[in-house]
Design a protein around this ligand. Structure first.
Ligand code: PLP
Length: 468
């Protein structure tokens, strides 16, 4: 269908002709909401509200905006809708659960569905047969999973008599959500500069090096030695002060940065040598993004804790989970039987509706083979994305599984502006991409077909040419 131009005039499409935004019976929501009250996260609110982009419905690979335009989802929402949009099975499971029991606390009581979901996740948990991370702590988001994992690590060290180990180490250009723990180990200056940090945190250097590793297919050859930064921090602070190191196996939000060959193995070995726990933040890489259930499976490196969220429930209901090794879990269970072992948890930990969504999501992943579909499509995806090589301003292309990062040279006067223009241009043409600085990130739902990959590449290529 011909695409209407949008964005001329303040929210014109929204206010003008959007009779079908809210079709919920018995709700009296107006179809012309004011844009004033909602304080949007990670958004230039004033810029956005001047020219809003509003999505109204979603099915399969597509969103539909309030003007009725279809938009191909090249990003699985925010890296989360791995099984595609509008999965009836998930909606039905949630509705069934909400009408059976909407909510029940998980403090000093429980409900079967949370145990059921934890058991099913445990069966598929990352790690080898001897090192399964199958003790599961439920949270409400990726940020909560990260803060939970950091706290478990510190509590574990104390439980084994290493109470001086309270320091947590992150990495430059890491994104671990927005809790105080997450921003402290995170490596994004804009998220950190205004706020006080957790005391004692420190960072490895990032591994991004487009000068040495540009346009590489597969993992970058250079940079494994950067894992030795952990040795440097041990020498600086003393191993006896360090509880854990956390990294994203593939850094997603900061531009799809792949680990150099051997890097994760080296980090594991150094952490082991010094009694430091290794945490993989798999909020993005978990649940099939790389073509394996987890990055742990993809790389064959097993950490002590894994944080997840997003694909856990296909993005349908907010939920996160921390996968813990048994030895960490068991060490914390050794105290007096009548005492709470870990003073930590959330009102919504193991929320029944979220567990219902998660169980239905797992079933879909398994029945449709989605956790390995990325591996099947990866060669096609890689070739398609690398075909953009040679277009103006592209200085690097990286892919792994069903993820891609396309890095542009920055305009000196306006870093990020070039990618943002491409983002808005693609949106107008019916393609949703994500940009971070001058890096374009793609991560389509794992149900994507080859034809849709071709569309993503041709629309994006056209925009890159046009904006140059
Ligand atoms: N960790 C990683 C690796 C992420 O990519 C994100 C979100 O993008 C988070 C943590 C935070 O998750 P949430 O936004 O659900 O709090």
């Amino acid at each position: 269908s011909p695409r209407k131009s949008r964005g001329e005039g303040k929210g014109e499409g929204l206010r003008g002709n959007a009779p079908t935004i809210y079709q919920l019976e018995n709700l009296t929501m107006r179809n012309t909401p004011s844009l004033e009250n909602y304080w949007m996260p990670f958004t230039a609110n004033r810029q956005f509200k001047a020219v809003p982009r509003l999505l109204a419905s979603a099915e399969g690979m597509y969103y539909t905006d309030v003007d009725g335009n279809k938009i191909l989802d090249g990003t699985s929402g925010l890296w989360c809708v791995n099984a595609g949009h509008g999965r009836k099975r998930i909606a039905d499971a949630v509705a069934r659960q909400l009408t059976t029991m909407d909510y029940a606390p998980s403090f000093q009581m429980g409900h079967p569905i949370a145990f059921d979901f934890a058991e099913k996740l445990g069966e598929r948990a990352p790690g080898g047969p001897d090192a399964k991370l199958d003790r599961i702590f439920f949270t409400g988001s990726g940020s909560e999973s990260v803060d939970t994992a950091l706290k478990i690590a510190i509590a574990y060290q104390r439980a084994i008599g290493q109470g001086t180990r309270t320091r947590v180490i992150g990495r430059e250009r890491g994104y671990h959500g927005v809790g105080f723990g997450g921003i402290s180990v995170g490596g994004l200056v804009n998220n950190r500069r205004v706020f006080p940090m957790l005391p004692g945190t420190d960072h490895l250097r990032h591994t991004h090096n487009p000068e040495r590793n540009s346009f590489v297919k597969g993992l970058p050859a250079h940079g494994a030695e950067l894992a030795d930064d952990l040795e440097r921090l041990v020498a600086l602070h003393g191993a006896e002060t360090i509880a854990a190191v956390i990294v994203e196996p593939v850094a997603g939000s900061t531009g799809v940065l792949l680990p150099p060959q051997g890097y994760l193995e080296r980090l594991r070995a150094i952490a082991d040598r010094h009694g430091i726990l290794l945490i993989f933040d798999e909020v993005i890489t978990g649940f099939g993004r790389l073509g394996a259930p987890f990055a742990v499976d993809y790389f064959g490196v097993v950490p002590d804790l894994v944080t997840t969220a997003k694909g856990l429930t296909n993005g349908a209901i907010p939920m996160g989970a921390v996968f813990s090794s048994r030895h960490i879990h068991d060490a914390l269970m050794h105290g007096p039987e009548n005492q709470i072992e870990l003073f930590h948890g959330y009102t919504y930990s193991g929320h029944p509706a979220a567990c219902a969504a998660g169980l239905a999501t797992l079933e879909i992943y398994e029945e449709e083979g989605l956790l390995s579909r990325g591996a099947e499509l990866a060669p096609y995806w890689q070739d398609a994305i690398h075909s953009l090589n040679g277009l103006p301003n592209i200085i690097d292309i990286r892919t792994i599984g069903l993820v891609a990062g396309i890095e542009l040279s920055s305009r000196k006067d306006a870093p990020g502006a070039r990618a943002y223009e491409i983002f808005t241009d693609c949106f107008k043409k019916g393609l949703l991409i994500r940009v971070t600085g001058d890096i374009i990130a793609l991560s389509p739902p794992l149900i994507v077909e080859r034809g849709e990959i071709d569309t993503i590449v041709s629309v994006l290529g056209e925009s890159i040419r046009r904006i140059s």
